[in-house]
Design a protein around this ligand. Structure first.
Ligand code: AMP
Ligand code: ZN
Length: 112
């Protein structure tokens, strides 16, 4: 049994507002949105952060990057969006499962 919040969300043990899922990725709405659109996109495999990546993850991470604009557009963000990946405590990462934020629409935050 994993202690990881996002692994539990992927498994359906904790509810989420899912917007997309395939064999490799899961995307859902952030529970505390910082803009009118605020998604989290995560690999299904547990990877702690960008700092934990190795060459075996290259294809997966490329696939995830290619999926981000597609998911942003699916939420109506046709003229652009912001992506944020926090890494480690120094980067403000609170959940230890690699995730990219997608933000856009009204009330877009600054960087701090
Ligand atoms: P980070 O600070 O980059 O690790 O971001 C973690 C994000 O996860 C925050 O924006 C939280 O609002 C979000 N979050 C925490 N718990 C949940 C949850 N159960 N469902 C959806 N989003 C969550
Ligand atoms: Zn996890």
């Amino acid at each position: 049994m994993t202690d990881c919040l996002f692994c539990k969300i992927i498994a359906g043990d904790i509810p989420s507002d899912k917007v997309y899922e395939d064999d490799l990725l899961y995307a859902f709405k952030d529970i505390s949105p910082k803009a009118s659109v605020h998604l989290l996109v995560i690999p299904k495999v547990h990877i702690e952060s960008l700092d934990s990546l190795n060459a075996e993850h290259q294809q997966l991470i490329g696939y995830m990057m290619l999926k981000l604009p597609e998911l942003a557009k699916s939420q109506g963000l046709d003229d652009g969006f912001r992506t944020i990946i926090n890494t480690g405590p120094g980067g403000g990462q609170e959940v230890g499962h690699l995730h990219s934020h997608i933000l856009g629409g009204k009330n877009m935050p600054g960087f701090n």
